[in-house]
Ligand binder design. Structure first.
Ligand SMILES: O=c1[nH]c(=O)c2nn[nH]c2[nH]1
Length: 295
């Protein structure tokens, strides 16, 4: 046998950084969970029990804390690029670093109608994430994403005109509840190095804000013919608004809310236009995916 591929490192490195502005007294909190996996001339640690090539995962964890102390931790695209670049520059036998950062929400509290200087709220399981792959001699590939953003609309969603055959029981519908958990990813053009990532770091926050706003606006406003149709329109708009993004992926579960037919109980009407009480379904659920690219 032979070693086909190998990468190792530390996962679930939880990091919280507090920034304190001495002048204004305003403090800011960033909390993330980091995974950093390394590739390189490490085969002998697998095939010969030779640990001389192993940068211990404990050292990888230590390095993430030190780099968080010495560098900005936002935007995550920049911090991920800093971590990955560190490892391929520090260790000549390490050639690729895969860094995943999940950023958790700490939204500044409004107290007495004013943003509070040092209090925050975890307003949802939604996270802002990056996958940063730094490859020696190639550059930095960055994929940014939003996940865990739960949305629901109580009307403004249709689904009809689909294949009807001997396997079909689903009725056509012109007015349904639509609920999903947004998983949206936008991939950047290849960056040649960390210095190119640093040229305009504001672009990453702008892209995240745009992708989030477009997703929510289209979800709410479009009387969608299907999940497929609305996600394509969202992705198309993100490509239009963020020129440095090369492609956009969506993966949207269709979290079904079924009507409950109650007419067996004294003729109680609760379907179609009379539907008010629904049964939210844990599963099975639709899962609709797409990748939208530039022409
Ligand atoms: O939006 C939808 N797309 C689908 O493909 C589908 N299939 N069942 N319900 C559905 N709703």
């Amino acid at each position: 046998s032979k070693l086909g591929a190998a990468r190792y490192g530390k996962d679930n490195v939880r990091v919280c950084k507090v920034h304190r502005d001495e002048k204004t007294g305003v403090q800011t909190v960033t909390e993330m969970t980091v995974c950093c996996l390394l590739e390189g001339d490490i085969d002998v640690s697998y095939t010969k029990a030779d640990n001389s090539v192993v940068v211990a995962t404990d050292s990888i964890k230590n390095t993430i804390f030190i780099l968080a102390k010495q560098n900005p931790v936002t935007p995550p695209e920049l911090f991920g690029s800093i971590i990955g670049t560190h490892f391929i520059e520090k260790y000549k036998h390490i050639h690729v670093a895969h860094v995943n950062i999940i950023t958790h929400r700490w939204t500044r509290l409004a107290v007495d109608g004013k943003p509070h200087p040092h209090s925050f709220l975890r307003d949802g399981a939604e996270t802002r994430n990056v996958q940063v792959d730094v490859t020696e001699g190639k550059g930095i590939e960055i994929a940014s994403s939003i996940s865990g953003l739960h949305v629901l609309k109580s009307t403004g969603s249709e689904f009809w005109g689909f294949v009807r055959d001997e396997y079909t029981t689903l009725p056509e519908v012109w007015d349904r509840i639509l609920s999903t958990e947004v998983d949206a990813t936008w991939k950047w053009k290849l960056f040649s190095s960390l210095s190119e990532v640093k040229v305009d770091t504001a672009r990453f926050d702008h892209a995240w804000s745009a992708a989030r706003k477009i997703t929510l606006d289209f979800f709410a406003k479009e009387n969608s013919a299907s999940v497929q149709a609305v996600m394509y329109n969202m992705a198309e708009k993100i490509l239009e608004v963020v020129p440095q993004v090369e492609s956009v992926d969506y993966a949207l579960p269709n979290k079904h809310y079924f009507e409950v037919d109650l007419k067996w109980h004294k003729g109680l009407k609760n379907t179609g236009k009379d539907a008010e009480v629904y049964a939210p379904q844990s599963g099975p659920n639709g899962l609709i995916k797409c990748t939208v690219t530039r022409p």
